[in-house]
Design a protein around this ligand. Structure first.
Ligand code: 0O2
Length: 268
């Protein structure tokens, strides 16, 4: 295939990756803005490089004309979760979306590959609008924990270093680290509730502080008497914040909300 043709062929895949990144990042934002724990920790995406396409096509005996039909990971999205339990939640989110049609699911989380690779793969059909019209393309979504991702990234680099066969000693070490990662994910699952609670607390605190500071900023202005009052409020905020008393901080935020609302009415 000519270089220009490769470029044209990959355009809808680039668009799909860009759109899907926006959509999955927005899911994270919606969860966090509504004060909920997001089962998605992070998301990455890429269009397979031409060099990797050529390698895989030759490895799998795929003719270059059939690459878009036969290679389902030209567009790839990787979703990183904190805990194994989150993976199922993310799969459920994908299954329920009207803009993604699940073509195939492969569970390498509970059925690890012989290499030790663990991940959940969901292959979807996804429609994009290009200047050539609507195109329905395949996208591979890999969903894995941070620990699984760590292992897969290291192992993937080593596979490039040793394209034929990994040295036995390296293979053994990778297998041992895959087992360690399996154990680590399980131990992390045992403390999931505590971690989710702690992260919720951190997010709540950040949101309360953000609202308090907005209110303080909006209260400023007018006369010097008012500015002195705002300064006192600010000092009270610092005192409560550094005392570490979260309940007191919440109450302070509530009182400040009321005061800000009252001031808004007076200012109208
Ligand atoms: P790259 O460079 O990441 O794009 P199949 O015929 O279905 O078994 P296929 O189509 O390769 O083979 O599907 P599979 O096995 O689900 O793999 C798809 C992708 O999953 C791979 O793409 C890797 O990204 C990842 N993957 C699968 N197995 C392994 C593994 O053992 N180690 C690591 N690190 N990643 C793996 P590519 O094209 O192989 O690679």
């Amino acid at each position: 295939m000519e270089i220009q043709l490769w470029r044209d062929t990959l355009v809808p895949y680039e668009l799909a990756v860009e759109e899907l990144l926006v959509k999955f990042k927005h899911i994270i934002k919606e969860y966090r803005q509504s004060g909920k724990y997001s089962p998605i920790e992070g998301v990455q995406g890429r269009v397979k490089s031409i060099s990797s396409i050529l390698d895989k096509a030759s490895r799998k005996g795929i003719s270059l004309e059939r690459v878009t039909d036969k290679m389902d990971d030209l567009a790839g999205i990787r979703i990183i979760c904190q805990f194994v339990e989150d993976i199922e939640k993310v799969v459920e989110i994908i299954r329920n979306r009207s803009d993604m049609t699940v073509k195939e699911e492969v569970d390498y989380v509970y059925n690890a590959k012989p290499s030790g690779y663990r991940s959940y793969h969901v292959n979807i059909w996804y429609e994009v609008e290009t200047i050539r019209g609507t195109q329905k393309i395949q996208v591979e979504i890999q969903i894995r924990t941070m620990a699984m991702d760590f292992w897969a990234t290291i192992e993937h680099s080593l596979r490039y270093k040793y394209p034929r066969e990994l040295p036995k000693i390296t293979e053994g070490r990778l297998a041992a680290s895959a087992r360690a990662i399996y154990v680590m994910d399980n131990v992390m699952s045992d403390i999931r509730e505590e971690v989710v609670d702690a992260q919720g607390y951190f997010q709540d605190k950040a949101a309360i502080v953000r609202d308090i500071l907005n209110n303080i900023q909006n209260l400023h202005g007018g006369d010097s008497e008012r500015d002195t009052a705002v300064k006192n409020i600010q000092n009270e905020f610092y005192e409560i914040f550094y005392s570490g008393d979260f309940e007191k901080l919440k109450e302070f935020g509530r009182q400040l909300d009321k005061l800000a609302a009252k001031r808004r009415i007076q200012d109208v």
